[in-house]
Ligand binder design. Sequence first.
Ligand SMILES: [Zn+2]
Length: 274
Amino acid sequence: MNNHAARRYLLAVAAIAAIGLGLVVLGPHLRIGTEGSPAPKRGIVTITFDDAGLSQYDVGLRVARAEGVVGTLFVPTGLVTDANEPSWVMSWDQIRDFRDAGWEIGAHGAHHLPMTQLGPTTMESELTDPIDDIGAQIGVPPVSFSSPFGDFNDTTITRIMAYYDYQLSWKGHGGRNPIPDIDPRYIGRLEVIPAMSSAEVCGEMVRAAETGTWLVLLFHTIVAGEPVAYEVSEAVYTEVVTCLGLLTRRGVVENMTVRDAMALITAQERMPTQ
Ligand SMILES: [Zn+2]
């Protein structure tokens, strides 16, 4: 599909979703509802950025803000330098712009190390340094932790959960997290990879609404040209965020940070059943 056709397809998907989720098949990967299906529940969609790379600021925040979309930014705090030093990581000023736009600032270790390879002392500082730094720089201590490289085991999870409320990797439910049965230790994310079209991702959001699940998307670097691994094209990213903005404004899904989504889900779990 060329770009123009992809865009038309995406808008058609979003429009039909917004009209009412009552319909059948839009494409090979998009099956929204079937005849006689019960009224749809509302899904939640969260976007997350790992690494706090500059493209996530230059493109990611600009586009998200234009659509009124929020998410969670995971920062490897020990790699944040002074604004004057050249770096591929954002400055604290730029990270504060995310906070001011309604984003949650989470931790991605201090130095982006694979947690399962660390001795106990380094593991502790990789977990506690971000709490100190984000608390001091942002004013809101982090409650969400994204394991660098998606690398975790039982030992690292135990240590992470001693300091944080939520752990994310890109394993677990393919990023389509069940409500209310989500385990805060293993929140999964669907990474938007170069092989995915914006229409497919938009369709995933529609499915979250249809199934009443929590879709958590993961992005790394956003590039102007052809993306490779750990990259997404600016065009696809923009269309995904446009779709999310539209579905949110139409009340099809709720767009929330990890922290706010988990607070809502936990509150629902506590509600007495009738
Ligand atoms: Zn990372």
